[in-house]
Design a protein around this ligand. Structure first.
Ligand code: SF4
Length: 360
């Protein structure tokens, strides 16, 4: 109730969402995050489907289709393919911007940025400058999981550590590239880790000021190796998920003003309920989303603007279609998003062999 009251004071009755498309260009990944059901290695094909890598033409096709369906943003992330270099990420940005110049490119987790910089042998700020010049607008604050190295040692032992994650977002903020902030919770961590995570985000926001929103991501356990081995609990309880949004609203006030409910993790009804517990944003319509689906969530794919606005109205709030940076969209974008043709089915062509040449 306190979080809801604070949300009312800060955001009023408006609930925003963005028409966007998720593009997950590959599920091949050299990393070994123990919670991850998305990345595919050679031995996991039977369990979780074939490894894939989509090419530039398909990235462009999906971006153009997204624009024709009213999107203002493409959100692009993927596994760390062994053949990707920093130049791959730069080329992805260039390809999208050349095809759809007005599309906002929201892409590359702090891990991908770190990896890209390392493959080129240049510092992260210089790599981010190159990405910005190629058309990158903002970064998703994913790969944060729990920002505490005690948890990361088991959850994602070979991934960037807490300080590296914070350093990448700080560098992006310094260059005028906002990021989101996320937490993935309900696996093997304890409440003190949630507290440290939130405190670190608050301190970072006070220092660099570039977080646009905070997005709690409840752990989806069904296909997660960590859970299947008995080392994680099956996601947070519903009460914990509600409290994560509410407590985040209180802890991050007034420095992060947008708390987003993730419909892919909570389900549309769960996300709608969380709107009464401190959240003021429903994130993206997505068009395609494969990461939560890979983890076993029943949601994913697309929540069309019509449905998004009906959900918001049913919660007694006022829908607003927004850009990535929380500005109202032009009327033409909104018009294009309503009544859009169904999205074409996506085909993620399987790789024949992981050791083969990448198709990018
Ligand atoms: S979470 Fe990301 S980095 Fe970790 S294994 Fe999965 S795809 Fe790779």
């Amino acid at each position: 109730m306190v979080a809801d009251q604070l949300r009312r004071e800060v955001n009023g009755e408006t609930v925003a969402y963005v028409v966007n498309r998720n593009i997950n260009y590959t599920n091949v990944c050299t990393y070994k995050c123990t919670f991850c059901a998305f990345s595919k290695g050679k031995t996991h094909e039977d369990l979780r489907g074939a490894p894939y890598l989509i090419d530039f033409d398909e990235i462009i096709r999906r971006s153009e289709e997204a624009w024709s369906r009213g999107a203002t943003e493409v959100c692009m992330q993927g596994g760390i393919h062994p053949d990707f270099t920093g130049e791959t990420y730069v080329e992805i940005c260039r390809a999208v911007k050349a095809a759809v110049p007005d599309m906002h490119v929201h892409a590359f987790s702090p891990l991908e940025v770190t990896q890209g910089a390392a493959t080129l042998g240049i510092p992260v700020p210089r790599f981010l400058t190159n990405l910005k010049a190629a058309g990158l607008g903002t970064l998703p604050g994913t790969a944060a999981e729990i920002l505490d190295d005690e948890v990361r040692a088991t959850l994602c032992p070979d991934k960037i550590n807490t300080q590296q994650w914070l350093d990448v977002v700080a560098a992006a903020h310094d260059l005028g590239m906002p990021t989101t902030a996320t937490i993935m919770f309900g696996h093997m961590e304890r409440p003190e880790h949630w507290a440290r995570h939130l405190a670190r985000l608050r301190a970072q926001q006070l220092a660099s000021g570039g977080f646009t929103e905070f997005v709690p991501l409840p752990f989806v356990h069904m296909e997660a190796p960590l859970y299947r081995r008995g080392h994680a609990r099956p996601g947070p309880t519903y009460r914990e998920a509600v409290l994560m949004h509410a407590v985040a609203r209180l802890v991050l006030h007034p420095v992060i003003t947008n708390i987003q409910a993730s419909w892919t993790k909570l389900g549309p009804e769960g996300a709608s309920h969380v709107l009464n517990c401190g959240a003021n944003d429903l994130g993206g319509t997505l068009m395609n989303e494969s990461i939560s689906k890979a983890a076993g969530a029943g949601h994913g794919q697309e929540l069309r603007p019509e449905r998004m606005e009906a959900l918001i109205a049913a919660a007694g709030r006022i829908p607003q279609q927004r850009t990535t940076l929380y500005q109202p969209v032009p009327a033409e974008r909104r018009q294009a998003s309503f009544g859009a043709e169904p999205v074409q089915p996506v085909v993620n062509r399987p790789l024949r062999r992981l050791t083969g040449q990448p198709r990018l």
